[in-house]
Design a protein around this ligand. Structure first.
Ligand code: ADP
Ligand code: MG
Length: 246
């Protein structure tokens, strides 16, 4: 398909950063800056935390990366493509090429764990034989092999987030975005989800995690971008949760 949009292929080939923000500003209302003149890059294979207090602009960054919203000023590039230039029919395909998990899991309540994960493959028309092979493998990676028949209401928060993670990863995205993935979890489950994200990153996926969780950020020793009032106030390799210092 000449000219067809293929993020995965772009990502395999690119030299450019996987994600780049260039002087990005987002105003939901005129004069109110949710994001204020932000510039940064994330390279292929990185694991990055985005931290900052409530209202500092973290979710807005994620929504810009997903192209749910457009910048008021500036440019967002993913795999070297400027997202505002994607055509309408390319946008849903673009979004499906990125794995996403949220604080509230967002599982289909009337489907069991297996079906929630399989659904993501059906949407992209994966052949049934492949789905039957892939889904158990992914549920096993997140430690849920035994619970594949369970519905979300029969799973703990930690288990539901594992299903959400399996669903986010089943189509082999090159990027995983997680907005407060441990926000509803206890410390033990939070740590386990983080170790899973680390494992996924080790396998080559670029991982961006928004979090409030100081202990986890300090424990993981990854790059940390700190936001305050829509601006980056620090960006450190192997950082800790520095917000408290400011
Ligand atoms: P965080 O995720 O760090 O808590 P957000 O990105 O959600 O922060 O919000 C940043 C700022 O933008 C906040 O002041 C918030 O009130 C505002 N904001 C977020 N979403 C909207 C929206 N849809 N409409 C208007 N203002 C919004
Ligand atoms: Mg948020």
């Amino acid at each position: 398909m000449a000219g067809a949009y293929d993020l995965q292929k772009d990502l395999r080939n690119i030299q450019a950063p996987v994600i780049r923000f260039e002087q990005v500003t987002k105003e939901y209302q005129k004069g109110v800056h949710a994001i204020n003149d932000i510039t940064f890059s994330i390279n292929k294979g990185e694991f990055v935390f985005i931290v900052g207090s409530s209202g500092s602009g973290k979710s807005t960054l994620i929504r810009l990366m997903l192209r749910e919203i457009l910048p008021t000023k500036g440019k967002v590039f993913v795999a070297g493509r400027e997202l505002s230039r994607l055509r309408r029919h390319q946008i849903s395909k673009y979004r499906r090429s990125i794995g996403v998990v949220f604080q509230d899991f967002r599982l289909l309540k009337d489907r069991n764990a297996y079906e929630n994960v399989a659904f993501a493959q059906r949407v992209v028309e994966t052949p049934p034989g492949d789905i039957k092979r892939n889904v158990p493998r992914m549920l096993s990676l997140v430690g849920l092999s035994e619970k594949y028949k369970a519905f979300p209401s029969e799973l703990s928060g930690g288990e539901q987030q594992r299903v959400a993670l399996a669903r986010a990863l089943i189509n082999n995205p090159m990027i995983l975005l997680a907005d407060e993935p441990t926000g509803n979890l206890d410390p033990k489950n939070s740590q386990e989800i983080m170790h899973l994200l680390e494992e996924i990153n080790r396998r080559g996926t670029t991982v961006v995690v928004v979090t409030h969780n100081h202990e986890i950020v300090d424990m993981m020793q990854k790059r940390v971008i700190t936001l305050r009032n829509g601006r980056i106030i620090s960006d450190e390799e192997k950082g800790g949760y520095v917000y408290a210092k400011y």
